[in-house]
Write a protein that binds this ligand. Structure first.
Ligand SMILES: [Zn+2]
Length: 257
């Protein structure tokens, strides 16, 4: 139920036929897990909190450093050396006192990720390396959790939404992680707005999924380039022999690192 305060706070949602009171209540009763409290995690966390998601989990084992502030808008100069999830909690709890936050200062692994994702309705991959992205994909397929993948590199990024066994998974699109030396983490430049745009798109996908409205980025990869402003959608088919999501796919997790 919405109280008077809610009716004012969410008035712009309530005016949308696609949301309305019933939709807003659905969001109150929904939960999202954000894996990564950095560049992608920041806009996800702010928009999902503002939208009134009832429970938000955030996982990150890292601490804030000065080079993060170029793009990770959850954090500021007062948070240097602080755990990112603590810094995130300080900001987010001021945005919405109705949302319940669970923060985890841990690194995801094959041994803990299924427990992390189990209590949540939708998972956001806001990580910065291929090993984590494949692990999240595999866990969400095994654990039957819808999730949003995003990846960023220099001026460009890509995003896709995966509904386990119903749409193409990350491994259908990208067979396996590239060799470690090609992993862009820390080695490539990054235009600071790229994770902002991609993270906001992920939050949008999460909210649409929870409300069951609109068209999701399933069986397609949206690829964007902010230098050329070229946005294109590439069709991704479910791979019947996918090593992860096909009938002969994985039965247990393995680490990619
Ligand atoms: Zn697959």
């Amino acid at each position: 139920m919405l109280n008077e305060n809610d009716k004012f706070r969410y008035i712009r949602h309530l005016m949308l036929n696609e949301v309305g009171e019933a939709g807003q209540v659905k969001l109150f009763n929904s939960s999202v897990l954000i894996i990564g409290a950095g560049g992608l995690g920041s806009p996800n966390a702010f928009y999902l909190t503002a939208a009134g998601i009832g429970k938000i989990g955030i996982i990150d084992f890292d601490k804030v450093d000065l080079s993060n502030l170029q793009r990770q808008i959850l954090h500021n100069m007062e948070n240097l050396d602080e755990h990112k999830v603590d810094s995130a909690l300080t900001k987010l709890s001021k945005v919405n006192d109705r949302t319940k936050f669970n923060i985890y200062k841990e690194k995801i692994s094959k041994d803990n990720i299924l427990d992390f994702i189990a209590p949540y309705d939708f998972i956001i991959d806001a990580t910065d390396n291929f090993a984590a992205k494949f692990l999240i994909n595999d866990a969400c397929i095994l654990g039957n959790k819808a999730f949003s993948h995003a990846g960023i590199y220099e001026f460009s990024g890509q995003i896709m939404t995966i509904l386990p066994k119903k749409s193409a998974c990350f491994a259908c699109a990208f067979e396996a992680p590239p060799p470690n030396e090609l992993n862009p983490r820390f080695k490539a430049g990054l235009f600071g707005v790229v994770p902002g745009v991609l993270g906001a798109l992920q939050a949008s996908e999460a909210i649409k999924y929870l409300l069951n409205i609109g068209d999701l980025l399933t069986n397609k990869l949206l690829s964007i380039n902010l230098k050329t402003m070229n946005f294109k959608t590439i069709e991704i088919k479910m791979n019947k022999t996918c090593r992860i999501c096909s009938q002969k796919g994985i039965k247990q997790l393995s680490n990619y690192e």
